[in-house]
Ligand binder design. Structure first.
Ligand code: MN
Length: 168
């Protein structure tokens, strides 16, 4: 894992409802989407991903409880973490992530512990629409039989489950 590659993190978060916060480092912040069902390794699945506010980069390692009454209260665990590469190319050059976000068409290669391979994030509506779809791209890392959201629920940092974190 090269030190200069941008990071991605997926945080499992049981706020009012359970979701997975999918975050990509872009220009010093974490661009973020809330994915209610979590990511899939099956290219046939289209997972709703709601764009939410940017988070600071150092939030990527956060795991623990969030007190009641604070925004996003509940417990958070680091479900996956690693680096990514931008797959979008324009005029034979890597396209900028900022442009890809503006266009509503992001394509990244993830190098995580649970997730690897290409993932696309496609905005479904107009510019001001916060609804996107998170889709596994068809590549050698696609696997319709895996279901890591249910078979690998634990933190990649500490091995704890969300229930164990919430009880502390
Ligand atoms: Mn959240």
């Amino acid at each position: 894992m090269a030190a200069d590659e941008p990071i991605f993190v997926i945080q499992k978060h049981n706020a009012r409802s359970l979701h997975y916060d999918f975050r990509l480092e872009v220009d010093g912040v974490l661009k973020s989407w809330a994915v209610p069902k979590g990511p899939s390794t099956n290219p046939r699945d289209r997972r709703l991903a709601v764009a939410v506010e940017d988070h600071p980069l150092d939030y990527a390692d956060f795991e623990g409880g969030i007190p009641d009454g604070e925004y996003g209260a509940g417990a958070v665990l680091v479900w996956d973490r690693g680096t990514y590469r931008n797959l979008r190319v324009e005029d034979d050059e890597p396209a900028s992530m900022v442009e890809a976000l503006r266009d509503g068409h992001v394509a990244v290669w993830l190098e995580g512990k649970k997730l690897r391979g290409g993932y696309a994030l496609i905005r479904t509506g107009k510019d001001d629409d916060n609804r996107w779809l998170l889709i596994k791209m068809k590549d050698e890392e696609a696997d319709a039989r895996r279901n890591p959201v249910s078979t690998q629920p634990e933190s990649v940092l500490t091995g704890r489950t969300l229930e164990e974190i919430a009880q502390q």
